[in-house]
Design a protein around this ligand. Structure first.
Ligand code: C5P
Length: 301
């Protein structure tokens, strides 16, 4: 008897936005963005097992991940990513996707996008498609804004709606020796992305300095400078519309983070800390009332 094909396991990392500039509204109604995105060590675990022809998806949930927030299976980004790559490349085989979710759902940490990116990478291997990363990024862009950045991996500059991504270190300079430590917290509410963009009232602070400064702080692993340079053009709109998010940011600051920022369009907030021990000290001060995790950014693919 033939041995069954072995399963493939992929770690699908969450992301944070260290900078997010909203450059203006586009004719198609979307907003033009420029953002530095870094994956973090907080990750969902995806197991891909080959089947004869069908695609199936099952989920389990880590502590603090709200099961009620999971939408319909056929709208799940991981499921849609599998369907897209199977159809596009005429793959006969199927796959059973199991995702153990640790990334808060709808929290501005790109959890659903990370899962889709992980499925694209994993199925490329499982089905022996040998597609280059650029093609996987293009497939990801058909499904959602954050997916190309997470398919790319490492610290990236994301532009447009999210479809243009490149390694942050392609623009010159040395890649960093290590990432930053962060404490990520989630207030347990969801921010509506369309509503947040609707609340956004122009952004006079944008400047090339925001991007260039943060790029060099990341390269030089200068956490104090990076804490000063954090920027999210959606933060004010989110803090005004969702006071619990503003309160979570205050708690992180009071617990000793060097600098605190909203991730994406919320509702998660992260704080930069000096090192792991500092992160653990912040975590102890936050106590058990607020979902949070100590993690490390992953600047390299
Ligand atoms: O990318 P996603 O489909 O999650 O975006 C949801 C909504 O957020 C969009 O329909 C749009 O109203 C708003 N949005 C935007 N500009 C972006 C991304 C999202 O206006 N770059």
């Amino acid at each position: 008897m033939n041995e069954p094909d072995p399963a493939i396991v992929v770690q699908a990392r969450a992301k944070i936005n260290l900078t997010l500039e909203v450059l203006g509204k586009r004719p198609d109604g979307y907003h033009e963005l420029r953002s530095i995105i870094m994956p973090v060590s907080l990750a969902d675990t995806i197991t891909l097992t080959p089947t004869l022809s069908q695609i199936a998806l099952t989920l389990t949930f880590g502590q603090g991940v709200d099961v009620a927030r999971i939408g319909a299976m056929d709208r799940n980004l991981a499921f849609r990513a599998a369907k897209l790559i199977k159809q596009r490349y005429g793959v006969k085989g199927g796959v059973r996707i199991h995702i153990h979710k640790r990334i808060p759902i709808g929290g501005g940490l790109g959890g659903g996008s990370a899962d889709a990116a992980g499925v694209l990478h994993g199925l490329n291997r499982l089905w022996g498609l040998c597609l280059p990363v650029g093609i996987l990024e293009d497939l990801g862009a058909e499904l959602g804004s954050d997916i190309p950045a997470l398919v790319h991996g490492g610290a990236v500059l994301m532009e447009g709606r999210g479809e243009r991504v490149r390694s942050l270190f392609q623009m010159g300079g040395q890649p960093p020796r290590r990432g930053f430590w962060v404490v990520i917290a989630n207030p347990g509410i969801m921010c509506s992305t369309p509503e947040v963009f609707k609340r956004w009232r122009g952004d006079l602070t944008n400047s090339p300095d925001i991007l260039h400064n943060m790029t060099s702080f990341i390269q030089a692993c200068q956490v104090d400078a990076a804490a000063e340079g954090l920027y999210n053009g959606l933060q004010q709109a989110v803090f005004e519309g969702y006071p619990q998010v503003a309160q979570t940011a205050r708690l992180l600051k009071e617990a000793g983070c060097l600098g605190v920022l909203l991730s994406g369009s919320g509702a998660s907030v992260f704080g930069l800390v000096r090192d792991e021990a500092h992160g653990e000290a912040v975590s102890r001060r936050l106590g058990t009332g607020l979902w949070h995790v100590v993690a490390q950014t992953c600047p390299m693919v």
